[in-house]
Design a protein. Structure first.
Length: 69
């Protein structure tokens, strides 16, 4: 539910565009972007079509958090 993204930023006292969201779930990535977050897709055991969708929607797709170091 997209409302959870709005409630989360409200509780953190920030705006959605100030939030980074990391996830491997295609639906979560889609909803986070709809809510105004910057989404980072994370590799897991997704289906190839889900990986393609996440790569198209997320600002970045990583295979490991070590890529961010």
């Amino acid at each position: 539910d997209i409302e959870i993204f709005y409630k989360t930023t409200e509780e953190m006292n920030c705006k959605p565009e100030e939030a980074l969201f990391f996830d491997d779930n295609v639906t979560a990535v889609i909803n986070s972007v709809k809510a105004g977050y910057t989404a980072i897709g994370v590799k897991d055991n997704q289906l190839p079509e889900d990986i393609d969708t996440i790569k198209k929607i997320a600002s970045r797709y990583i295979e490991s958090f070590e890529e961010l170091l």
